[in-house]
Design a protein around this ligand. Sequence first.
Ligand code: B12
Length: 206
Amino acid sequence: MSDALITAISELEEAQVVDLVQERLAAGADPQAILTACRDGMAQVGKRYEAGEYYVSELIMAGELFKQANALLAPHFAVGDGATKGKVVVGTVKGDIHDIGKDLVVGMLKAGGFEVIDLGVDVPVEAFVQAVKESGAKVVGLSGLITLSFDSMKETVAALEAAGLRSQVKVMVGGGSLTEKVREYVGADALGSDAQAAVSLANQWL
Ligand code: B12
């Protein structure tokens, strides 16, 4: 794809990324489309890392770039009227510290009118159980990007089951490499491909 924003993220051109996002917003472009380009740029960074061209320092830099772009975009998604449609517990599962996608999900859910209990990253299984018990949330969102997180997701769902909470909550999972097969393996109710899907699922369930 030959989108200048995708290339700028892939090349880690900080000033250019900020300029392009601002220019596109000013020109009235769809913030969702801008976000998608940023995500495609991150996917390119991931490929370059896989190819041995980039190292962890570049992943960190890309993460910071994405956060800057998202900070510019976030106000354009804020459409909530203060009313809450229900509670959703969200977190990146044990062993995984990727939070960019999770934060987008949190932001979109809030903008969509949900109260979000954000547990952060590397969240122990028990913390999800505790949060559901305390808040009475009916939806749990688990984020994970590394292969290791599949087992953490499975353990989290099993712990909800063991605590007698599974029948009261719907569980959605998401994150880069997740597939329908993984969703089935971890025992979640649905897989969401992006932050908008998280909002649609929560709307469906609450
Ligand atoms: C940036 C990045 C990092 C940054 C993270 C910074 C941060 N604050 O998050 C840092 C440098 C910390 C990092 C570390 C590592 N990373 Co990394 N990282 C990435 C990278 C380049 C981008 C991830 C990202 O933010 N994407 C953009 C966001 C918006 O996309 P997303 O997370 O998928 O989220 C969207 C959807 O998936 C969905 N979604 C997400 N969560 C949820 C939840 C629900 C409920 C729903 C419905 C939807 C949903 O909505 C989001 C918005 O649309 C990816 C490559 C890639 N293509 O994903 C590698 C990648 C994920 N990392 C990888 C690896 C290997 C690592 C390290 C192990 C590297 C190392 N040797 O140390 C460590 C792991 C540390 C750990 N224990 O977690 C691999 C994972 C491979 C694997 N299968 O296990 C990848 C795929 C790179 C690669 N191609 O090899 N990483």
